[in-house]
Design a protein around this ligand. Structure first.
Ligand code: ATP
Ligand code: MG
Length: 589
C-alpha cells in the first residue's frame, strides 16, 4: 500500500469541517477583494484630478462636479476599508478556529491511538520522544494551519484580481508583470524541497531534547544524589546544541528564500515602471491608470514573498505531520480478544506449559505450569530476576507467551477483551505508580464513583487509613508526582487500597522489597489476611513470613518452577525454599 502524503491525510481530517473551510475561504476572498479595491479608487481619484469633467466617474456615472466626485470616492473608500477590516477579522478568527479544532482532534485521536498500543511498544520508546510528537509536532502543524491556507488563498486571489485589472488595462504590461510569477512559484517549490530533509532533522533533534529533559527532570533526585549536575547540564547543552545546529542549517537555506524572491519581484517591478512610463510618454496609457498599475505591480508581486514564508512554514509543518501520521500508522501487534467475562469472574487462573521471553531475547520463563484455583491464596517466591513479575505481566496480558497459555476461568486470556480481563484483576505492582493528585483520587483511580465510606473502608483494609489521618490534609493531601511525597511503604499501601477498592476477582501483589520493618510487616500480614478473603490472590513475596499461610507456594528458579507446596511441605522437602527460610528466620521451620 502506498503511503498517503501528509498533506492529503491532513486534508481528509479537514474535510470533516468542510462548511467551515468554505466559510473561511469566502471571508478571505472577500477580504482580498476589499484589499485590492482602494488601489482602484486611488487610480480613479487621480483620474478625477487629472481629467476633471472627462473622468471615468463623470462619463460612466454622470457625476460632473469634481468636488462631488471626490466626496463619493472618499465615502466609498471608507466603506471598503471598514469591510476589509471586518472580513480580515472574520477570516482570521475562522481559520484559527479551524486550526484549533483540527489540532485538538489530531492530538486527542493520536493520544487514544498511542494509549491503545501494547506495553512492549512503549518499552522501546522514551516518553519524552512521544511527548515531542504529541505536543511539539502538533503545535508546529497548528502554526501552519493558523495562517497557511489563508495566505495561499490570498496569493491566489491576488494574482487573479490584480491580473484581471492588468489584462483590462494593457496586455503588454500584463505580460511583463506576470513573467516572474511562474518562475517564483515553481522556483519556490523546488527550493523548498531542499529544506525537507533539514526540517526532518530539526524534528528529530526536538525529540531528543524532549526525551533528555523528561528523563532528567524525572530523575532529578538521582542526579543530585550522584552530584551529576554538571555532567547532565553538559549533556543538555549537547542535545540542545544539536537542535540549534539543525535549525541553523535549515535557516541558512530558508532565510535566503525571501531575498531571492525579492529579486524576481524587483525585475517585474522595473519592467512595469519602464514599459508603463514609455507608454504614458507616448500617450498610449492614461497617467491615472499608469499610477494604479505601478501600485498594482507591487500589490501583485510582494505577496509572493509571503508565499515564501508560507511554504517554509508548510515544509516545517510537513516534517511534523509525517511524524504524526507515522505514529498514527503504528498497528498494535497483539490482536484484541472479543470474549467478555461476566461482571465478576470466578477467578480460576492457570498457566499451562508456558514459555516466554522479551522481544528477541532468551526465554525468561520455560515450561511453567501452575494452577491457582478460585478463592485460594498462592505465593510465588524466587531469587531476583527469576521471572516472577514477568509471570504477572503475562496474566495481565501485557505480553503474549511464546508458547503455552494463560487462562482465566478456562478462557485463554488472548481471547478475552483486554479491558474486561484487566478489570478482574487488582494489581499492586512492584514499582508503585501514583498520579499527581490527592490520596482520595489515587485510591479511587480504578473506581471513580466510589463513595468516601468505600474509599475509607478500602484504606482500612489496606492498613493505610491510620497514616492517611496523620497527613496534613488527610484524604485530600496531594501526593506529588509519582507519589513522591509519601514513603515507599505508604505508596504500596495506597496502591493496595486502590486495588481492593475495585473488589476484583483476582488480587495480585508484587511485593516491592524484603526490607520492611517489623511493624510494616505485621501491617502487611494483617491486611493480607483480610483482603485475600473471597478472592483468588497471587502474592509475590520476598519476605517469606508474609506468605507462610498461603494455600500453596511456588518456587521459581531460573525461569522454571523448581518446587511447590504448602509451607510445611516445602520445609520438609528441604529444597531452595527451606534454605531461604533458614536464612531469613534463622530457624528450621
Ligand atoms: P525481582 O524479584 O527482582 O522483582 P523478578 O523475578 O520479578 O525479579 P522479572 O522482573 O520478571 O524478575 O524479570 C525477569 C527477567 O526478565 C530479568 O532478567 C529481566 O532482566 C528481564 N526483563 C524484565 N522486564 C523486561 C523487559 N521489559 N524487557 C526485557 N527484559 C526484561
Ligand atoms: Mg519483580
Amino acid at each position: 500500500m502506498k503511503q498517503e502524503s501528509g498533506l492529503r491525510r491532513l486534508w481528509s481530517v479537514a474535510r470533516n469541517h468542510r462548511p467551515k473551510v468554505i466559510l473561511a475561504t469566502t471571508y478571505t476572498t472577500l477580504g482580498k477583494v476589499m484589499d485590492v479595491a482602494p488601489e482602484i479608487l486611488i487610480g480613479v481619484v487621480i483620474d478625477v484630478i487629472v481629467r476633471g469633467q472627462e473622468s471615468f466617474l463623470a462619463t460612466a456615472f454622470g457625476i460632473k462636479d469634481q468636488w462631488q466626485q471626490l466626496v463619493v470616492l472618499t465615502i466609498l473608500n471608507a466603506v471598503v476599508w471598514i469591510l476589509e477590516s471586518l472580513f480580515g477579522y472574520l477570516s482570521d478568527v475562522t481559520w484559527r478556529n479551524l486550526s484549533q479544532t483540527i489540532q485538538h482532534e489530531i492530538r486527542t485521536s493520536l493520544y487514544q491511538h498511542v494509549q491503545g498500543l501494547e506495553v512492549a511498544w512503549f518499552e522501546d520508546r522514551t516518553s519524552g520522544g512521544l511527548i515531542a510528537i504529541l505536543n511539539d509536532d502538533i503545535n508546529q502543524l497548528e502554526r501552519f494551519l493558523d495562517s497557511g491556507a489563508a495566505s495561499i488563498i490570498t496569493v491566489f486571489w491576488n494574482i487573479v484580481l490584480v491580473g484581471a485589472l492588468f489584462a483590462f488595462s494593457s496586455w503588454l504590461l500584463t505580460l511583463f508583470a506576470f513573467i516572474p510569477i511562474p518562475l517564483i512559484i515553481l522556483g519556490s517549490i523546488r527550493y523548498q524541497q531542499l529544506l525537507e530533509s533539514r526540517y526532518a532533522r530539526v524534528r528529530e533533534t526536538v525529540s531528543e531534547l524532549s526525551a533528555t529533559l523528561s528523563a532528567n527532570l524525572g530523575g532529578i533526585t538521582t542526579i543530585k544524589a550522584f552530584t551529576a549536575e554538571t555532567r547532565e547540564a553538559q549533556r543538555l547543552d549537547q542535545v540542545s546544541g544539536d537542535y540549534r545546529d539543525a535549525n541553523l542549517d535549515a535557516i541558512r537555506f530558508s532565510a535566503a528564500f525571501v531575498p531571492l524572491i525579492r529579486m524576481f519581484v524587483l525585475a517585474g517591478f522595473t519592467c512595469t515602471l519602464v514599459v508603463g512610463g514609455w507608454l504614458v510618454l507616448n500617450k498610449r496609457l492614461e497617467v491615472g491608470l499608469y499610477s494604479v498599475l505601478v501600485f498594482m505591480t507591487q500589490r501583485l508581486l510582494w505577496p509572493l514573498t509571503s508565499l515564501g514564508q508560507t511554504l517554509d512554514l508548510y515544509q516545517r509543518a510537513m516534517a511534523s505531520t509525517n511524524r504524526i501520521f507515522h505514529l498514527m500508522d503504528v498497528r498494535p501487534t497483539m490482536p484484541e480478544g472479543s470474549l467478555s467475562l461476566p461482571h465478576k469472574a470466578k477467578g480460576d487462573v492457570r498457566f499451562e506449559n508456558l514459555t516466554f521471553g522479551y522481544g528477541e531475547g532468551n526465554d525468561i520463563l520455560r515450561g511453567i505450569t501452575m494452577e491457582i484455583p478460585a478463592g485460594e491464596t498462592h505465593a510465588i517466591v524466587g531469587s531476583t530476576g527469576s521471572g516472577k513479575s514477568t509471570l504477572i505481566r503475562l496474566l495481565l496480558r501485557f505480553h503474549d507467551p511464546r508458547s503455552g497459555r494463560v487462562t482465566l476461568d478456562g478462557f485463554d486470556v488472548k481471547e478475552l477483551d483486554s479491558s474486561g480481563l484487566r478489570s478482574q484483576i487488582g494489581y499492586v505492582s512492584q514499582d508503585v505508580f501514583l498520579f499527581h493528585g490527592t490520596v482520595r483520587e489515587n485510591i479511587a483511580y480504578g473506581a471513580p464513583e466510589a463513595t468516601q465510606e468505600e474509599i475509607e473502608e478500602a484504606a482500612k483494609r489496606a492498613e493505610a487509613h491510620e497514616f492517611i489521618l496523620q497527613l496534613p490534609d488527610r484524604y485530600d493531601t496531594v501526593v506529588g508526582e509519582r507519589g513522591q511525597k509519601l514513603s515507599g511503604g505508604q505508596r504500596q499501601r495506597l496502591s493496595l487500597a486502590r486495588a481492593i477498592l475495585r473488589d476484583p476477582a483476582i488480587l495480585v501483589l508484587d511485593e516491592a522489597t524484603s526490607a520492611v520493618d517489623n511493624e510494616t510487616e505485621a501491617a502487611i500480614q494483617r491486611s493480607l489476611a483480610t483482603v485475600t478473603l473471597n478472592r483468588t490472590s497471587l502474592v509475590i513475596a520476598h519476605r517469606l513470613s508474609t506468605v507462610r499461610d498461603s494455600h500453596k507456594i511456588w518456587v521459581l528458579e531460573g525461569g522454571q518452577i523448581s518446587e511447590s507446596g504448602t509451607h510445611d511441605e516445602l520445609i520438609v522437602a528441604g529444597g531452595l525454599y527451606a534454605a531461604l527460610w533458614r536464612v531469613q528466620t534463622g530457624e528450621k521451620g
